[in-house]
Structures are given as structure tokens and as C-alpha cells.
Design a binder for this molecule. Structure first.
Ligand SMILES: *[C@@H]1O[C@H](CO)[C@@H](O)[C@H](O)[C@H]1NC(C)=O
Ligand SMILES: *[C@@H]1O[C@H](CO)[C@@H](O)[C@H](O)[C@H]1NC(C)=O
Ligand SMILES: *[C@@H]1O[C@H](CO)[C@@H](O)[C@H](O)[C@H]1NC(C)=O
Length: 374
């Protein structure tokens, strides 16, 4: 009897793990399964359970790629369908997760009419606990085709959570409001410091899910608390987002992922490390371009202790990188390492898309012997 119950518990633990999503689209996360003809009027979805796997509320439209809104042709990044959230409209899905683990949500959104669109992306665990929400501004367009992918992180403190995307907007035209597609999840493994690198996740390999069929990277928005960062180890401590770029669609100095600093001094990444006051350290890193028509004289500024280093990089927009090193003497027990781009840059393809230098492969090491000069 005892053995039997142990076996059952084990089986249940594995079945739960098997059902939880670890990497990829949510069930019907790209809205390819739509409402029955009787549950839709034109594009307006008529009942809350009409879209399989989702629960909707408010003015939600089911949009087919290639349909028109005024003069604008609506194109959908993944498959043939997307949804549009009108004023105060939302979509929600309950998902199984592994309690105690960190996750990141990635989704794609496109603005339609208004300038100041935003989305409230919340994750609620148990009924009584307050939900964990974040407002993601989507007014700045980073890609050239209107679609951008956004990410945010969360800690799953229950085995089931509700993911809710809500448009808090109040536009005059109820058909205004962002288009949403491709909602995916990724289980994040908290990176550790190693003897070779005092920085965590210095090569940015651990981060939000990158939708394989999208070629515009994933934005990591600013002002997010450390525990919520979809980029483990790092904080986006500025006004604008940074862009997470993948080697399948961009040139990345090392591994499969890197960070493109897309908004000048308004998008910075930081990490705090423990240091020994008085000791010397080397902060080495790669600066390059993502092979996305980001041409010209790019400059990355690195900060550590009381030291600053400006790293110029002449970009032909064709990919490539160089290494740089900032030697500094720690002045306190904690040192903040920070990178930003000196300038705002736009791609040379006249699309108006923002771009910038790529930072990757950051290493912080203690200098064994004090150098003769400081
Ligand atoms: C569909 O929407 C139109 C316009 O709002 C309305 O006049 C019509 O009655 C609706 N049809 C159904 C079947 O609900
Ligand atoms: C965002 O959504 C959450 C959960 O629905 C809600 O509690 C919160 O008040 C919303 N925030 C704003 C600013 O709308
Ligand atoms: C990406 O696109 C290919 C070809 O269009 C399709 O077969 C595949 O399912 C798509 N991937 C995802 C994750 O939707």
C-alpha cells in the first residue's frame, strides 16, 4: 500500500511536469483556432469562450491576415490570425506551471490607430493573492513592419496561473487598440556566477523566448524589478527597452543571443556584483552590430566603479564585433556594471526603425596582482 502511494505521487509529479509548458507557444497561443461562425459577427467575437483555450472580455476582434483597416493592410506575424483588443478588452488563459520557477512571457503586438497604446500584462496566482501586473508601453515602434515582440518575467508561486493581457485604453473608436499574436512562455534557469566570471548571464544566453518565425527580436522593457526580469541577472534601468537578438536572424558576437541597445542613453542594462574594495577588476565585453542595417559610428559606454569606457565601433551594418576591456578599482562592496549606447541610431533602410550597437559576452574577473599604476 505504502509503495503504491509513493508510486502514485511520483507519477503525478511527472505528469504535472509534462503538462506544464516550458518553452514555446501557449495552447492556441497564435490564435489559429478561431470562433465558430455563430460566435462571430464580422470580426467581433460574441462570447467569452469562443476562441479555443482563451477567455475573452470586452470588444475583442478576430482578425485574418490580409484584411484591411482603412488603408492599412493587416499582416499577422505567425499563421493567419490574430486578435485585436478594443478599449478595456482582455484575453486570458489559465496555464500549468512549475511552482517556484521563474518564467518569461513573450508576445507580439502591433499598434493600430492611437499613439499612446499600452498593455497591462498580468499573472495571477491563487484567488486571494494580488495579481502581479506590469504596464508595457507600446507607443515606440522598433521594428520596420509595425510588429514588435515584448517580454516580461514572473515567479510562479502556484502550479496554475492566469495570464491576462488587457488593453486599458479609452479611444473614441472601439476598433482601435493593439493587435496581439503569438503568446509564448519560457522557463528560466537562474544563472550562477562561475569562477571564470563574476557576472551572471554575461553572455545573455538565458532570456525570454524568441518566437522562431519572427525576425525582429524581443523587447525587454525597462523598470522591471530584478525578480521579474526576463533577462536573468540583469536589470533594464532606464526609460526605454533593450532588444534581445538571436543568431538565427541577427549577427551576435557570441553564442545564440545578445543585447542590442536600441534607444541611446535611454536604454541601459545593469548588474550589481560583489567586489572587494581596493581590488582591481577587468570588465571585458564585445561590441558589434546586429547585421540589421545599423550603420555609422556607434559608441557603447561601459561603467564600473568610478571608471567609464567609451568604445567606438564603426558599423557597416553587416555584422562583426570587437573586444573591449575596462580595468577598474572597486570602491565598495557592491559595484554596479552598466552599459548604454551614446547615440540614438536608425537603420539605413529608411524604415525609421531604431537600432544600436550590440553588447555580448561580458566577463568580470578579478585582477590577480595589482598593476604598478592605477
Ligand atoms: C452584427 O453586428 C451588426 C452591427 O453592429 C448588427 O446590426 C447585427 O444585428 C449583428 N448581427 C448579429 C447576428 O448579432
Ligand atoms: C492591471 O491589471 C491588474 C489585473 O487585472 C489590475 O489589478 C491592475 O489594477 C491593472 N492596472 C492598471 C494600471 O490598469
Ligand atoms: C513557423 O513557420 C513555419 C512555416 O511557415 C511553420 O511550419 C511553423 O509551424 C512556424 N512555427 C511556429 C512556432 O509557429
Amino acid at each position: 500500500m505504502y509503495k503504491f502511494s509513493v508510486l502514485l505521487v511520483l507519477l503525478c509529479a511527472t505528469c504535472n511536469l509534462a503538462l506544464a509548458i516550458t518553452d514555446g507557444l501557449l495552447p492556441n497561443g497564435n490564435f489559429e483556432y478561431g470562433p465558430k461562425a455563430s460566435e462571430i459577427n464580422g470580426t467581433l467575437v460574441k462570447s467569452s469562450k469562443a476562441i479555443p483555450n482563451w477567455e475573452i472580455s470586452g470588444y475583442v476582434e478576430y482578425i485574418k491576415s490580409g484584411s484591411k483597416q482603412g488603408d492599412m493592410l493587416l499582416v499577422v506575424p505567425e499563421g493567419a490570425y490574430a486578435v485585436r483588443l478594443g478599449n478595456e478588452a482582455s484575453i486570458k488563459q489559465r496555464i500549468k506551471v512549475i511552482r517556484g520557477k521563474f518564467y518569461s512571457i513573450t508576445f507580439s503586438a502591433a499598434r493600430t490607430c492611437a499613439q499612446e497604446e499600452k498593455l497591462n500584462v498580468s499573472v495571477s496566482r491563487g484567488k486571494s493573492k494580488p495579481s502581479d501586473w506590469e504596464i508595457l508601453p507600446i507607443q515606440t515602434m522598433y521594428s520596420s513592419n509595425g510588429w514588435d515582440s515584448y517580454s516580461r518575467g514572473f515567479l510562479a508561486d502556484d502550479s496554475q496561473v492566469d495570464i491576462l493581457i488587457h488593453n486599458p485604453g479609452m479611444e473614441e473608436d472601439p476598433a482601435c487598440g493593439p493587435l496581439i499574436d503569438s503568446i509564448a512562455l519560457k522557463l528560466l534557469y537562474p544563472p550562477r556566477r562561475t569562477g571564470k566570471n563574476l557576472l551572471k548571464n554575461g553572455n545573455f544566453e538565458e532570456g525570454p523566448y524568441v518566437l522562431p518565425n519572427t525576425s525582429w527580436g524581443v523587447l525587454i522593457p525597462p523598470h522591471i524589478q530584478d525578480a521579474h526580469s526576463p533577462l536573468p541577472g540583469w536589470k533594464i534601468e532606464s526609460l526605454k527597452a533593450v532588444k534581445y537578438v538571436d543568431s538565427a536572424h541577427f549577427s551576435v558576437p557570441e553564442g545564440k543571443r545578445g543585447i542590442e541597445l536600441v534607444a541611446g542613453k535611454e536604454s541601459a542594462i545593469t548588474q550589481e556584483v560583489f567586489t572587494t574594495p581596493g581590488r582591481f577588476y577587468d570588465l571585458s565585453f564585445s561590441v558589434g552590430d546586429a547585421k540589421n542595417y545599423c550603420e555609422g559610428s556607434l559608441v557603447v559606454e561601459a561603467f564600473a566603479g568610478r571608471q567609464t569606457l567609451k568604445v567606438p565601433y564603426e558599423s557597416k551594418g553587416a555584422g562583426g564585433f570587437k573586444r573591449a576591456n575596462l580595468r577598474f578599482r572597486a570602491v565598495s562592496k557592491r559595484t554596479r556594471v552598466m552599459f548604454y549606447s551614446t547615440y540614438y541610431t536608425m537603420t539605413s533602410d529608411h524604415s525609421g526603425a531604431l537600432c544600436g550597437p550590440v553588447v555580448d559576452d561580458c566577463k568580470l574577473t578579478s585582477v590577480r596582482r595589482k598593476p604598478g599604476h592605477s
